[in-house]
Design a protein around this ligand. Structure first.
Ligand SMILES: [Zn+2]
Length: 197
C-alpha cells in the first residue's frame, strides 16, 4: 500500500492522503464515511497517555479488585488472584475470558503503542513500525478496545458476584483504564504515521 493513499473502508474509494490539521475531519467524497480525524495530540502527548495507561494497568492488576467477605473473614483479592480462584472453582471459561480481556489484550495494545510511539517521539521510524501499525489498525477496525472493556467488565462483575465481594480500588483503576484506552483509540495513529520520517 502506498503511504500517500488512503482507502475508504466503507466503499473502497481511493483518496490521496494529506496530513490533517487539529480537529479537521477527512471524509470520503463518494460515501461520506469518516476517513480520519486530525488530533490535537502529537507523538509526545500520545506517548504520555500510553505510559499513563500502562501505569493504570499495573495498578488495576496489583491492587485489590474485590474485597471478599466470606464467612465473616475479610479477604481482598487482586484480579490475577480472583481469576486464579475462579479457575479453581471450575469456572474456567470466565477465568480465561477475564485473563485475556483484562490483562493480556490491554497489555498487548499498550505494548504495541509504545513500540510505535517511543521511536516516533524520538523522530525515528524503525522497521517494525509498519507491522505494529497494521496490527493496531486491525484492532481498531474491529473495535477491540470497546469489545475488550465490555467483556472485561462482564467477567469482573461475574467474578465479584460469585465471591460475594464489593469493588476494591483495582476496580476503579479498570474504569480509568477503559477511559484512557478509549481516549487513545479516538486519537488514532494515522496522523503520526504520516509524520514519520
Ligand atoms: Zn467511501
Amino acid at each position: 500500500m502506498q503511504q500517500d493513499l488512503v482507502i475508504c473502508e466503507q466503499c473502497d474509494a481511493v483518496h490521496r492522503w494529506r496530513p490533517l490539521q487539529p480537529r479537521e475531519v477527512a471524509q470520503c467524497s463518494r460515501c461520506g464515511a469518516v476517513l480520519a480525524r486530525g488530533h490535537r495530540l502529537g507523538a509526545h502527548a500520545l506517548l504520555a497517555l500510553t505510559v499513563a495507561a500502562l501505569l493504570v494497568l499495573l495498578i488495576a492488576n496489583l491492587t485489590p479488585v474485590v474485597d471478599m467477605r466470606l464467612r465473616g473473614v475479610h479477604n481482598s483479592a487482586t484480579l490475577p488472584g480472583a481469576i486464579h480462584d475462579t479457575w479453581l472453582q471450575g469456572e474456567r471459561l470466565v477465568a480465561s475470558a477475564a485473563a485475556f480481556t483484562a490483562i493480556v489484550a490491554p497489555g498487548l495494545l499498550i505494548t504495541l503503542r509504545l513500540l510505535v510511539l517511543v521511536p516516533l517521539a524520538r523522530g525515528r521510524a524503525p522497521g517494525h513500525l509498519a507491522w505494529c501499525m497494521r496490527v493496531l489498525h486491525e484492532m481498531s477496525r474491529w473495535s477491540m478496545v470497546e469489545v475488550m472493556m465490555v467483556a472485561a467488565a462482564v467477567c469482573i462483575v461475574r467474578i465479584a458476584s460469585m465471591a460475594q465481594a464489593v469493588p476494591g480500588p483495582g476496580m476503579f483503576a479498570f474504569g480509568a483504564l477503559a477511559l484512557l484506552l478509549a481516549a487513545l483509540e479516538s486519537g488514532g495513529l494515522k496522523h503520526l504515521w504520516m509524520q514519520a520520517p
